[in-house]
Design a protein around this ligand. Structure first.
Ligand SMILES: Nc1ncnc2c1ncn2[C@@H]1O[C@H](COP(=O)(O)OP(=O)(O)O)[C@@H](O)[C@H]1O
Ligand SMILES: [Mg+2]
Length: 327
C-alpha cells in the first residue's frame, strides 16, 4: 500500500474566547489517497473551512492550528514547513477555491492576466499560449464572452463570475490537491453542472486529488469517493460514498440526509435539522450533537462518544450506536 497523499491527524484549530481557547476544529483526522475525492460535509459553522485552512496554513489570527495537529502532504510535514516552503507548496501542489472569491483576486489586475500570471509562474509558456488557455478555461467554467471578460477588473464582475474566475485560477496550475470550499454554492444550476464537470475531468484526466467541501448531497453523489461528516468541530462519521448515502449510521448524518430516499437530485441541500449548531461556549462535554439528537440518552451529554466501526470501512462516534451494537 502506498502512503496517502494527504494525512490529517488529530488536527485542532482554536480561537480565544472568554474561557480560554475553544477548539472549533477538535482533533479531527482524515486522509486522501492520490486521485481520490473526499467530501467534507456538515452544517454552517461546523469547522469545515477552518480544517481546510489549517492544511493551507492560512488560519486567520487570533486563530491557530494546535501543535498537536499532524498534517502530512506527500511526505512533507506541513505544520513544520517554513514560510517559503508553504509558498512553494501553495503555488505548485495545493490550490484552494475559497468560499469568498475576493480572498484571492487582486482588485487592480485584469482577471485574465491574473490567471495568466498563475500559469506562467508554474510553466514556461508564452503569454499568448497562457492567454489562450485562460480563455478556454473561462469558457469551460461558463463565463460568457470569455475573450472580452479576460480584460475586465474583478470589481466589474458579479459574484458568480468572480467565483468562476477564481475556479479557473485554482485549476489552471493543475494542482495535485485541489481544495474546493463550497465551489458551486453561489452559482445557478447550469453553471454548477459545468463546474462539477470540470472538477470531474480534472480528477479523471489529471488524477487531481480533491477535498470537496459541500452542502449539496447531489454533488457528493456525483463526485465523492469517500465522505467525512463534521458536527461542531468534531468528526462524527466517515465512510465511502455508498456507506454514507445509503446506510448513514450516525443520527446527525441521518438527519442531514433526512427521510428522502434519494438525496441525489441536483440541488438537494442538507436537510434541515431542528435547532442550530450551538456556539462553541455551549458545546456539551460529551457528544456535541446531544441536544438535537433524537437518540440521545444518559451518557451522551457528559461522556465523549466511543468510536464504532460501522459497515465495511465506515466509522462513527456515537453512544446510541454503541448501545445498539451491544458494546
Ligand atoms: N475569526 C474568528 N474568530 C472566532 N471564531 C471564529 C472565527 N472564524 C471562525 N470562527 C469559529 O469557527 C467555527 C467554524 O467556522 P468555519 O470553519 O468557517 O465553519 P464552516 O466552514 O463549517 O461553516 C465557527 O462556528 C466560528 O465559531
Ligand atoms: Mg465554510
Amino acid at each position: 500500500m502506498s502512503k496517502p497523499l494527504l494525512e490529517m491527524q488529530n488536527v485542532s484549530v482554536t480561537f480565544p474566547s472568554g474561557a480560554g481557547r475553544v477548539a472549533v476544529v477538535d482533533e479531527i483526522s482524515f486522509s486522501l489517497d492520490e486521485g481520490e475525492v473526499l467530501a467534507l460535509v456538515g452544517e454552517s459553522g461546523c469547522g469545515k473551512t477552518m480544517a481546510a485552512l489549517a492544511l493551507m496554513r492560512l488560519i486567520p489570527k487570533p486563530g491557530r492550528a494546535e501543535k498537536t495537529s499532524r498534517i502530512t502532504f506527500d511526505g512533507k510535514d506541513v505544520m513544520a514547513a517554513s514560510v517559503d516552503d508553504m509558498r512553494a507548496l501553495r503555488g505548485y501542489d495545493l490550490s484552494m477555491i475559497f468560499q469568498d472569491p475576493m480572498t484571492c483576486l487582486n482588485p487592480v489586475v485584469r482577471v485574465g492576466d491574473q490567471v495568466v500570471e498563475a500559469i506562467r509562474l508554474h510553466e514556461s509558456v508564452s503569454y499568448g499560449a497562457a492567454r489562450k488557455r485562460t480563455i478556454e478555461l473561462f469558457e469551460r467554467v461558463g463565463i460568457p464572452d470569455a475573450e472580452q471578460r479576460f480584460s475586465t477588473y474583478p470589481h466589474l464582475l458579479s459574484g458568480g463570475l468572480k467565483q468562476r474566475v477564481m475556479i479557473s485560477m485554482a485549476v489552471a496550475t493543475k494542482p495535485r490537491l485541489l481544495i474546493a470550499d463550497e465551489p458551486t454554492t453561489a452559482l445557478d444550476v447550469t453553471v454548477q453542472a459545468q463546474i462539477l464537470e470540470l472538477l470531474r475531468e480534472l480528477q479523471r484526466d489529471l488524477g487531481t486529488t480533491i477535498l470537496l467541501i459541500t452542502h449539496d448531497f447531489a454533488v457528493v453523489n456525483e463526485l465523492a469517493d469517500r465522505v467525512a461528516v463534521m458536527y461542531a468541530g468534531k468528526m462524527v462519521e466517515k465512510g465511502t460514498r455508498y456507506e454514507l448515502l445509503k446506510m448513514p449510521r450516525h443520527p446527525y448524518t441521518e438527519g442531514l440526509l433526512g427521510a428522502i430516499p434519494h438525496a441525489a437530485q441536483r440541488g438537494h441541500e442538507l436537510n434541515e435539522i431542528e435547532g442550530v449548531v450551538p456556539p462553541p461556549a455551549l458545546w456539551p462535554a460529551g457528544c456535541r450533537f446531544t441536544n438535537r439528537c433524537p437518540k440521545a440518552f444518559e451518557p451522551c451529554e457528559g461522556t465523549l462518544p466511543p468510536r464504532i466501526e460501522t459497515s465495511g470501512t465506515g466509522v462513527a462516534w456515537c453512544h446510541a450506536l454503541a448501545k445498539a451494537s451491544g458494546r
